[in-house]
Design a protein around this ligand. Structure first.
Ligand code: ADP
Ligand code: FDM
Ligand code: MG
Length: 217
């Protein structure tokens, strides 16, 4: 590989934690400091698979729970060749949700084990940094009502939060918890500091494979 690779940076967190706001601000800040950066989001509702997911989330269609889980995973895998190409070109990717949301949301449904939910995403490009935007339900409520999409209820979101906490125990992933109750600029400062650190470290490391060690035994 000729130049230095870009870093894969993921933002996760519950509904209204500020993921989308902070992803765009981070991309803008990186670009302004001369570091190539692009934003991605999952689900990517623009692809054929993404349109099935979009209709499901908008309650315009129903899909069996295992089926939709695998579609979310497939929606990540279909982007992998493009992601790898961009990272190799030195572009930093800032991603709004990734496999962690995939596992947290499906495993919040009855009858789904964490390891079953993780399996389809094993081997995806491993993020160099995953920032979890931590916000309690009372603070989230101050940011407005839930929308009309599937999963946007307080009972479900509480279970999702617990599943994220289980996932954060995995030491093979570089998790950083961010206090998302701060104002937008202060959250941005924290996120930028962690990101610059990850970008510098990633330059000298090969891209890893997600959860390849975690589920080995
Ligand atoms: P998410 O993508 O995590 O659901 P958004 O970035 O869409 O969250 O933000 C949800 C709402 O909260 C938006 O109206 C946004 O302007 C607002 N918001 C985002 N970050 C903050 C913050 N730190 N303090 C107060 N409001 C915020
Ligand atoms: N979601 C997102 C999943 O259930 N599985 C996944 O793999 C991913 C990436 O889709 F409710 C859920 C999480 C959220 C919805 O909402 C996407 P946003 O507003 O587009 O992030
Ligand atoms: Mg969002």
């Amino acid at each position: 590989m000729a130049g230095k690779r870009g870093a894969l940076i993921v933002l996760e967190g519950v509904d209204r934690a500020g993921k989308t706001t902070q992803c765009s601000k981070l991309v803008q800040a990186l670009q302004q400091s001369g570091r190539p950066a692009e934003m991605m989001r999952f689900p990517d509702r623009t692809t054929t698979i993404g349109q099935l997911i979009g209709a499901y989330l908008e309650n315009k269609s129903d899909l069996e729970d295992h089926t939709v889980h695998l579609l979310f995973s497939a929606n990540r895998w279909e982007m992998v060749p493009l992601m790898k190409k961009k990272l190799e070109q030195g572009i930093n990717l800032v991603v709004d949700r990734y496999a962690f949301s995939g596992v947290a949301f499906t495993s919040a449904k009855p009858g789904f084990r964490l390891d079953w939910c993780m399996q389809p995403d094993v081997g995806l490009p491993k993020p160099d940094l995953v920032m979890f935007l931590q916000l309690n339900p009372a603070e989230a409520a101050l940011r407005g009502q839930f929308g009309q999409e599937r999963y946007e209820t307080s009972v479900f979101q509480r279970t999702v939060q617990q599943r994220f906490e289980q996932l954060m125990k995995d030491q093979t992933v570089n998790w950083q918890v961010i206090d998302a109750a701060q104002n937008i600029e202060n959250v941005h400062k924290d996120i930028t500091a962690h990101s610059l650190n990850a970008i510098n470290k990633a330059q000298n490391l090969p891209l890893g494979e997600l959860w390849s060690e975690t589920l080995k035994n």
